[in-house]
Design a protein around this ligand. Sequence first.
Ligand SMILES: *Cc1c(COP(=O)(O)O)cnc(C)c1O
Length: 402
Amino acid sequence: MGINFQEIANEYHTPYYVYDFDHITKQYNELKGAFKARKSLVAYAVKANSNLSVVQHLGSLGAGADCVSIGEVRRALRVGIKSYKIIFSGVGKRDCEIREAIELDILMINVESEAELIRVEVIAKELNKECRISIRVNPNIDPKTHPYISTGLHENKFGVDIDTAKRMYIRIKNSKVLKAVGIHCHIGSQLTQLQPIEESINIVANFVRNLKAINMEISFFDVGGGLGIVYDDETLIDTEEYGQVIMKALFGLDITVVMEPGRFLVGNAGTFVTKVLYEKVNGNKRFVIVDGGMNDLIRPALYNAYHKIEVVTSNTELSDCNIVGPVCESGDFFAKNIDLPQTQQNDLVLIHSAGAYCATMSSNYNTRRKVAEFAYENGETRLIRRRETFEEIYALEEDYIK
Ligand SMILES: *Cc1c(COP(=O)(O)O)cnc(C)c1O
């Protein structure tokens, strides 16, 4: 039972990612179930893991897509997610992206500044087409997560304050081409406490009531994403309770709840599989050197993120070590000062909770090929992205060498 990591490694080599699609299904159903008393849409945050098969799988369950670039919008459409389930978010959108989103008639554009709203209006007028808008409100709440993934404070670049949002809704009301359909707030990622979410949702819900009082009806209340997962020993937000708190805050409002989870749906579905090249000792520090690197999975290097690591071996004698990749950077590590068994060449090393913000953040640094990805579903494994070739890496430059 379960994923046969060795068999995949024998056939396709390492490193690679494998995603348990049944886990993704379970997470989706759990979240959707917490809101069964209301109309709701789970718009998957594509940036967490944008593999077409992952997006398609979620789409087939009924999910929409929350996209932060037109490239992501195209991915969602490509695998059959309907335009009326697609949201386009992000602090910096290019004119051509805004134009395409309007032409595609997506559910709404999440606008994050007055300047952006003005651009959207100009473009919609040029196209002579109505554009549905949602405004991202920054409720100035500390989400109590890592500063790099915190977005709900005024010191962060995201969204606008309530007063600005009010001016923007009035501008929309007076516009011939803009239509206010939604409101949005997303305070951060890997949230493990319900209270900051409750506070910010209440602030935004009261604002919606104020808008209603001046005859502005909002149809979609987008509560953002951010639900945390277990990487180590975190206590999580109970999804049922999350649903209750949000529905309570929205009491009396006839509004569809939109959620934009990324990590929650795919994070714990993924495993990054790499293998031991050799061990070395510098001074008295033991290093386990593996064939995967920070270009494949950057979260430890970028945020000092913790991932559970497991060596597939029968050895049980543990000792302290750093587990590092081959990339020429001191930041190229997966863990420091952890106890691992003595390893041998080719032992597999499993890096858990690698389904979100891992493959999507990978690069070709050190001219390393992007790795293969696999899906595991109903007891079977299949390839969903092949390993890149060196020719593909060089191709975009080759025409220009003298
Ligand atoms: C990244 C992001 C999400 C998803 O965040 P998770 O923590 O992965 O759930 C949702 N909404 C917006 C606007 C985002 O930028």
